[in-house]
Write a protein that binds this ligand. Structure first.
Ligand SMILES: NC(=O)c1ccc[n+]([C@@H]2O[C@H](COP(=O)([O-])OP(=O)(O)OC[C@H]3O[C@@H](n4cnc5c(N)ncnc54)[C@H](O)[C@@H]3O)[C@@H](O)[C@H]2O)c1
Length: 244
């Protein structure tokens, strides 16, 4: 396997929404993007659009994550950037929240992110370089209702980001979290969260709906070599909703 001359980024959940905008912005930096998503058809369409590689993966399954990393290493011989964007955001009031539903969210949002960092982090450690960005959410700051399991999962993402940064800085790897506010992604447009704009937008410093393209540049910066002195951080990108 010949090592790719350009940097390679895996962006989970990048078939659509915020992840797709992130992949597009990172590709604009000359990086080869891997569109890693559960939705194979959409992942292929996005990869064709951005000139990258589509890989179908369920990040909550350890064997599938291992297969993804093996596929990327066999094709490119390197993984410089990992953006953990894939997540599920079910709207469930506390009175209806079951343990099964709690576990379902944790399996993707927390276990999946761990599995990706576990597998890709080891590749980065061997290379002595890496940039990991974990997509959190400003709901952790705001304590948004009807999302207790999701809010808890994003709290885990932020805590894990800080702890992992402490351990892998010595290997040239930075780990940061970006917390978007309510954003008009494909997922949000098709869900009850779409109703939230009427409540959230008036609270923002900038009174319009957030778009995936508003989030992507902040993430892309943290994936560059020159972001080398930023690690263990949380960057809130929410139009001034929480002013965190
Ligand atoms: N949109 C918002 O308002 C908002 C706000 C704050 C944070 N976020 C976070 O931003 C990220 C993207 O959100 P979005 O609104 O663009 O989402 P979206 O629903 O539009 O897209 C999510 C993508 O993740 C993929 N995915 C889901 N489960 C997966 C799994 N197990 N394995 C692999 N891929 C999987 C889906 O197929 C989909 O392509 C998420 O981490 C979300 O929590 C979103």
């Amino acid at each position: 396997m010949a090592k790719s001359e350009t940097q390679v980024a895996i962006i989970t959940g990048s078939a659509q929404g915020i992840g797709k905008a992130i992949a597009s912005r990172i590709a604009a930096n000359g990086v080869t993007v891997v569109i890693a998503d559960l939705n194979e058809k959409k992942a292929q369409a996005t990869a064709a659009e951005l000139g990258g590689l589509a890989v179908k993966v369920d990040i909550s399954q350890e064997a599938e994550v291992a297969a993804l990393v093996a596929t990327v290493m066999a094709k490119y011989g390197r993984i410089d950037i990992l953006v953990n964007d894939a997540a599920i955001v079910p709207f469930v009031p506390w009175s209806d929240l079951t343990f099964t539903e709690w576990r379902r969210v944790m399996a993707v949002n927390v276990d999946g992110l761990f599995l990706m960092c576990r597998a890709v982090g080891d590749v980065m450690k061997d290379a002595g370089y890496g940039r990991i960005v974990n997509i959190a959410s400003n709901v952790f700051v705001a304590g948004t209702p009807n999302l207790a399991h999701y809010v808890a999962s994003k709290g885990a993402v932020i805590g894990f980001t800080r702890a992992l940064a402490s351990e892998v800085g010595q290997f040239g790897i930075t780990v940061n979290a970006v917390a978007p506010g309510l954003t008009e992604s494909d997922g949000v447009k098709e869900s009850p969260h779409n109703e939230g704009f009427g409540y959230v937008v008036p609270m923002q410093a900038i009174d319009r709906k957030g778009q995936p393209e508003d989030i992507a540049p902040a993430v892309a910066f943290l994936t560059t070599e020159e972001a080398r002195w930023v690690t263990g951080s949380l960057l809130v990108v929410d139009g001034g909703h929480t002013r965190h």
